[in-house]
Design a protein around this ligand. Structure first.
Ligand SMILES: [Zn+2]
Length: 263
């Protein structure tokens, strides 16, 4: 596939059906770029296939033949495999744009050809795309699930599981216990790893866990979490979109509650 990025947005030809992975990005569109300054980034995506990203540098490009779509908007309209590829291309473009100078000596860097990295032209310091680990956890208390509305979810009006960044020199498990206590003031137990998901906003890996309530009263911090409550499965609020690991953890917890309630 060939991706075009301009001003942080993907350019999708207006005539294309972007819910169709085959049609999603098409080689013919590259003709539009012949007279425009751009960087070509070659990469291999999670499907093992080679892809190319055309990162259009300037705002002088005629975008009237394209829809401009953000990576977050793609979450809701493209198949998962196309999203993986789009996310990887976006992260590489972001990496190259934000690593043009060396963090050690301040000299100009250049992209390395044999791997995704930049290297300083003066001191040789090499930098790879950043990946920031985050934890995300779904918590059950008997026949109820803990769901919270964070500051970021307020405009969309949905509830989700708790999540947060892992700090330096911290294990994933320590991060889960710390984040849960900081955000809603409770203690948890019986922590189990569930799975992970790359989350390109801007360069996270979400590490998913399931846990059970141990003690304490819900007390949202009001900084990151506006509201949190225990919900029965017959009374669930609007929750996170289907492609996210949060929705998978919520589904797993609902299954646990059904088994628990069945005795
Ligand atoms: Zn340097």
């Amino acid at each position: 596939m060939k991706f075009i990025l301009s001003e942080g947005m993907f350019l999708i030809p207006i005539a294309f059906d972007i819910s169709n992975a085959e049609e999603f990005w098409h080689s013919d569109v590259i003709g539009f770029l012949d007279n425009v300054e751009h960087t070509v980034i070659n990469f291999i995506a999670s499907d093992g296939n080679k892809h190319q990203l055309y990162d259009v540098k300037c705002g002088c490009f005629d975008t009237t033949k394209f829809n401009q779509v953000s990576l977050r908007e793609l979450l809701f309209i493209v198949p998962e495999i196309a999203l993986d590829q789009a996310a990887k291309s976006w992260q590489y473009a972001e990496f190259l744009r934000t690593h043009q100078f060396c963090g050690c000596c301040g000299s100009k860097t250049k992209a390395v050809t044999e791997e995704m990295a930049t290297q300083c032209t003066n001191c040789g310091h090499k930098v790879y795309p950043r990946v920031s680990p985050c934890i995300i956890v779904s918590i059950r208390k008997g026949s109820e699930i803990l769901l919270a509305q964070g500051v970021r979810q307020r405009s969309a009006g949905f509830y989700s599981t708790l999540a947060g960044f892992v700090e330096s020199a911290e294990t994933l498990e320590q991060a889960v216990h710390r984040e849960v206590f900081e955000e809603v003031g409770i203690k948890i137990k019986n922590l189990r790893y569930s799975g992970s998901q790359p989350w390109p906003f801007p360069h996270s890996i979400m590490c998913g866990f399931m846990a059970d309530y141990q003690s304490g009263t819900l007390n949202p911090d009001k900084t990151e979490i506006l509201h949190a409550d225990w919900f029965t499965i017959n009374n669930l609020p609007k929750t996170a979109p289907g492609v996210s690991i949060a929705s998978k953890l919520i589904e797993q917890t609902i299954d646990e509650i059904k088994k628990y309630s069945a005795g």
